[in-house]
Design a protein. Sequence first.
Length: 481
Amino acid sequence: MRTINLAVQRVLLFATLTTISFSVVAQSEGVDNPFLFEFENTAPARVTDRHLAAQMAGYRALHYCTGLFTGDLPEAQLEESLSRRGVRDAETMIDREKKTVSVYYSSDMEPRIAAWRRGLGCTQIPIGATLELADDLPEFQPSVEIPNFDNQPWPMGDRDATAPLTNAKEAAVNAVLDEAFRNADGVYGGHTWGVVVLQNGKIVAERYESGWNMHSPSRTNSMCKSISVSLVGIAVRDGLMDIHRKTPLNAWRSTGDPRAEITLNNLLQMSSGLYTEGGRNPQIELYGSGAPPSEVSVYTVVDSRPGDRYVYAGSDTIMATRAVREAINDDANWPSFPYQEFLWKIGMTRTTLETDWKGDFLISGQCWSTARDFGRFGMLYLADGVWNGERILPEGWSDYVSTLAPAQPASYYDGNRGYGAQFWVFDGMEGLPKAYSPVGAAGQYGVIIPSANLVVVRRGFDFDGGFNVAKFSADVMNALE
């Protein structure tokens, strides 16, 4: 593998392994300095060349594995979607029979390996591990059947999914989409590969870049966080959890443990108070090193009082989902729980949530999905969690996730979007009414506008600049009036 300059590697790693969207401030400080003494912080923030190479190889292995064996994407398309997100010239071995991908990075170490399982996509095994570990990963029970609803009517399937617009509205919406697909040359910026617009429960506009279509999955990055809060909602609906009860995890229940003050609400609003080293670690270790959150995230230390400070941390999301796992207390059926109790119930059959090698969902961003599936997701939230007459989420859950949390990122006070509970809030931006969205790095959005009964899904590869989703969504909404 060609040697890569360390500074370049750091840039690549930041773009690759974090799911923080581009305008997010990792840690927000209050106006007043809370410290009781003066000091100069000269602590270096660096990773060794060896460790960084292992992380980058691991990410490439995982991306290729899921893209090939779940997404059925051509290698050229996978390389495009990887873009600046990993080592592009690393030696990569694909075993199509065993459904594994191995990426070599060091002459004195095992390759980084990702292995596929039915329904669960791929799992990255930890640095130094061999294929022996891949043979013992969590799996669906043999009795679990993966449904195919393609031929069912929309929204469970894809039949009769669209509704016609008047000629004037169609022309107006198409003009907005034309601008979006001009990418960096357009007013919205970014690189758009897919758009789906739904109003009143039907698709009224849909467009894809060449090579992509309504069934093409791509990595969602942090859009997946909004699925996490939905799984918490199911547990709340069933009386298994209370978001305001302290100590949601067993590991925090020792007498005197300061983490015992943390609630699920704190985790969901990104205000747990746990230390995350700039909002990225230990997430980079989870995404790139194969470190299990049950050992790394759960046992991190307290950095501030729960609820006081907003810190965007994927570990908070992963631990909230782990709390659901502990509440259900059924590890044999846990791998299929998010699918059988949520995704498949609303027709999201092409969405894959990936786990670590110990069975915890890396639901802060290790997910793949289609644009249409997140259209369905938005429809569920427009209906306040009711689907085909069945209450999937607790009453009022849509209001909960879309209400601004007490602690906000510093950028919010400069006029940028705010944070609810695993959803971003766009109220008032670019003339939008109440509007909220799952958001993922590189331009993944599913903007929900209740007053217009509208969902605007935009998927992208924004590696060289951001996409103005607030303006885009407002322009789509105005074109439909």
